[in-house]
Ligand binder design. Structure first.
Ligand SMILES: *Cc1c(COP(=O)(O)O)cnc(C)c1O
Length: 355
């Protein structure tokens, strides 16, 4: 049976990405060798690295003065690399969920952290909007998409200090004004590639301003100066990322991806809102178009497990919600076709009819 993959991460990749990557595992760029067994300094792999940076710059319209890095360590390592490299005295953070919290925890190791607002008391069902970012903060850190809670900031905020954003789960889902940010980072396993590579878009002018000593591997400058080749980069995930980026470009770029993502999310939210069994958990105006979180209405709560089982008979996988929200989470990343959304909606309706 065809599977409909709604996993939150690692998550669905395009057929294009999977096919091209599988080919390169057998024979990479006509070398007669697998990409898994060739030097990262070979001209064939260097070309892949160059293309990765080039496609990031092109698709996200990244201005001059920024570097795109491809590192190991996951987005979680960025929680400490950001303050290590940028926090002089004080940084401001917006607490919108589990990932934001983890970033805050690391930043506190490096200086004063001003958590300007938090929606924790309401189990992160909304994104706070009433707050002031102190003008003397070195940067303001946000998590644009809260993967676990299904809320999202879908615009580039206007604040008086540079922005730093964790865009792990919504990169390439809309055009961004990169010039407002000092750093944009994310793990690849949500909207780009298999786990193992982390992208970092960093403004060169933002670097070299802190006094502390920074370990070589945790210093953005090291990787910026060496084109992400200071040590062995995660070659396979980078290769897969390039295939995804080529596919994005072929589809028509981020504007087109945004349209497709909006259409998928709108359809699913409409079905949830029209349902007598299900209800969305996130505040309507903050709803994520990447991770749609919903639960059974209280009077039908006991049907949760049954719906999960019913959905799996339709080939639907990965819709179990994160334990901190419960219920269901349908992740609608770029590679997920509308057809899968239709299958999920049909399953919801059929289940509703039977109950
Ligand atoms: C998944 C996720 C992370 C963690 O990424 P790792 O690569 O596993 O460290 C961080 N932030 C957000 C928003 C995420 O969705």
């Amino acid at each position: 049976m065809k599977k409909h993959n709604f996993y939150a991460g690692p998550s669905i990749l395009s057929e294009y990405t999977l096919t091209k990557t599988a080919e390169a595992i057998k024979d990479f760029a006509g070398t007669g060798l697998s990409i898994l067994e060739i030097s990262h300094r070979s001209k064939e792999f260097t070309a892949v690295m160059d293309e990765a940076e080039q496609l990031f710059k092109e698709l996200l319209d990244i201005p001059e003065g920024y570097k795109v890095l491809f590192l190991g360590g996951g987005a979680s390592t960025q929680f400490c690399m950001v303050p290590f490299n940028l926090l002089k005295k004080k940084a401001a953070y917006l607490d919108t969920g589990t990932w934001a919290n983890k970033a805050i925890k690391e930043a506190k190791l490096f200086g004063e952290v001003d958590v300007v607002a938090s929606s924790k008391a309401d189990n992160y069902t909304y994104v706070p909007k009433e707050y002031t970012v102190p003008a003397d903060a070195d940067y303001f850190h946000i998590t644009t998409n809260n993967t676990i809670y299904g809320t999202e900031i879908r615009k580039d905020l206007d604040v008086c200090v540079p922005l730093v954003a964790d865009m792990s789960s919504d990169i390439f889902s809309r055009p961004i004004d990169v010039s407002k940010y000092d750093v944009i980072y994310g793990g690849a396993q949500k909207n780009l590639a298999p786990a193992g590579v982390t992208f970092v878009i960093v403004k060169e002018d933002a670097l070299g301003k802190v006094d502390r000593a920074i370990p070589t591997m945790l210093n953005y400058k090291t990787h910026a100066e060496k084109g992400s080749m200071f040590n062995t980069p995660p070659v396979l995930p980078i290769y897969a990322a390039v295939q995804t980026l080529r596919w994005y470009k072929e589809l028509g770029g981020v504007k087109k991806l945004e349209e497709m993502d909006n259409a998928k999310a709108a359809k699913l939210y409409d079905a949830i809102d029209a349902s007598k069994l299900f209800v969305g958990t996130a505040n309507t105006e903050d709803r994520s178009i990447m991770n749609v979180c919903f639960v059974m209405k209280p009077e039908y709560a006991e049907l949760e497990k049954e719906f999960n089982e019913f959905a799996s008979t339709k080939g639907i996988v990965g819709i179990k919600g994160h334990r901190s929200v419960g219920g269901f989470r349908a992740s609608l990343y770029n590679a997920l076709p509308m057809e899968s959304v239709d299958v999920l909606i049909a399953a919801m309706k059929e289940f509703e009819k039977n109950h």
